[in-house]
Design a protein around this ligand. Structure first.
Ligand code: IMP
Length: 427
């Protein structure tokens, strides 16, 4: 058996969907183990573009088993809409397995997500308003409802009754109307019936696959900087997108996780609020944003843009066990005279080489840059490292030096074919 974890090594939107789809071609199983429909994974092949949100990226290949594991929070309505959308576009032959232990997102979670954001005012997180934080909070509070409950009408009735009483008090306290039990129950019990055929103990399924010697790809969502534990708290999501969270969130032993591929853009982007040391603005930011189509897949918000931050990348490498890197959207940088890479920060005159824990400090750090000469050539048709302009080759080598990680893939466009692999690391 061979397991590879794909993690976003920045603030999400690094192109994990594309790489997972690419590596899925040679995998037997693709697993999503955390997050929910806050993710937006764009996959382009055969001239078609798909935006996945909670469904794993191996769904396009009928031979691959796709697992939505216990660590996810699944919105049943959205998940079924997503499946329906795929089926309408001809993706009908797929294998999907949903964990009976995954938690579900219900309408009150979305309402509460919106309300908390509103009440936080200028301290708002800038969430996707998909109810992800409130659903994970209920899980931790032990009032969450799981897929196993949803597919059993009696269990669902009891769980929803108990939880809705509390949630309605919360909604009222925040000045919102309470939700009607019957309406939610009737609607969601039907979703439960539709989801039931996909439901199983996915930890057991993964154990069987491990015993068979299958190749398993764990598809991370969001990015390490958005990790609840290691990210730029509180401007983070409510789960852990690190390699370390994979065993817990999928029910496999940690000893199976020995390769972690960090996906990083050739620059940095971030959506939502929170500190972003290498952020740039003006014409340069617009140039990168437009060339990289840097607008949210889910929310369409323009993304904030900045230079590659190797302090953040090194931090992600450490807390997430990254040993390989995949450099994405490399073609976007063509045409820039100079390209900067942040290699350390200065804080109050002192040099620091890791991410400070507080937002206040992170807001005050001064990124220190190496300036490298850019290149003018269009690199979208390049098929090997040697075909890259020398300055682009040097950029890759500098990243490897600064992050102590090997760049094993670089990507020069959205299509599967525009993915250049430098090493066979998923054996
Ligand atoms: P939430 O996950 O919706 O609670 O949002 C919390 C933070 O994570 C916000 O800054 C979101 O913009 C960010 N976020 C959540 N999911 C993604 C993602 O898939 N890509 C990029 N940012 C994300």
């Amino acid at each position: 058996m061979s397991a590879l974890v794909v993690v976003g090594s920045q603030w999400g939107d690094e192109g994990k969907g594309k790489i997972t789809d690419y590596l899925a071609q040679e995998s037997d199983v693709v697993v999503r183990s955390q997050g929910g429909n806050n993710a937006g994974h764009t996959i382009t092949f055969g001239g078609e573009k798909f935006a996945l949100r909670s469904i794993p990226s191996g769904i396009f290949n009928p031979k691959i088993k796709n697992v939505m594991a216990n660590g996810m929070v699944i919105n049943p309505k959205q998940m079924l809409e997503e499946l329906h959308g795929l089926e309408e576009r001809g993706i009908k032959d797929y294998q999907l397995f949903v964990s009976n232990r995954a938690h579900i997102v219900l309408p009150y979670h979305e309402l509460l997500d919106g309300a908390y954001e509103q009440f936080k005012g200028d301290k708002k997180i800038g969430t996707t308003k998909r109810g992800i934080g409130p659903a994970y909070a209920d899980k931790a509070n032990r009032i969450g409802i799981r897929i196993a409950d949803l597919i059993d009408p009696e269990a669902f009735k009891n769980a929803l009754k108990a939880t809705l009483t509390i949630k309605n008090m919360e909604l009222k306290m925040l000045g919102m109307d309470p939700l009607d039990f019957d309406t939610i129950y009737k609607e969601y019990v039907e979703y439960g019936k539709k989801i039931k055929p996909f439901v199983c103990d996915t930890s057991l399924l993964l154990e069987e696959e491990i015993e068979k010697g299958s190749k398993i790809l764990f598809e991370g969502a969001q990015g390490v900087m958005l990790c609840l534990d290691h990210g730029t708290y509180p401007y983070v999501t409510s789960s852990s997108p690190t390699g370390a969270s994979v065993p817990l969130n999928s029910g496999i032993a940690p000893r199976y996780i020995n390769n972690v591929l960090g996906i990083c853009k050739a620059y940095t982007t971030r959506v939502g609020e929170g500190p972003f040391p290498t952020e740039i603005d003006g014409e340069l930011a617009t140039y990168i944003r437009e060339r990289g189509h840097e607008y949210g897949t889910v929310t369409k918000r323009p993304r904030r843009v900045g230079w590659l931050d190797c302090v953040a990348l090194n931090y992600a490498r450490r807390v997430s066990g990254i040993n390989y890197l995949s450099l994405m959207l490399f073609d976007v940088l063509s045409g820039l005279k100079e390209i900067k890479i942040c290699y350390e920060y200065k804080l109050d005159g002192k040099t620091i080489k890791t991410m400070p824990a507080t937002l206040e400090e992170l807001q005050r750090v001064e990124p220190q840059y190496i300036t490298m000469p850019g290149w003018d050539e269009d690199i979208t048709k390049v098929t090997s490292f040697d075909e890259l302009p020398v300055n682009a080759q040097n950029y890759i080598r500098k990243i490897e030096e600064l992050t102590k990680s090997e760049v094993v893939i670089f990507s020069v466009g959205p299509d599967r074919l525009q993915t250049i692999r430098l090493k066979d690391f998923f054996k």
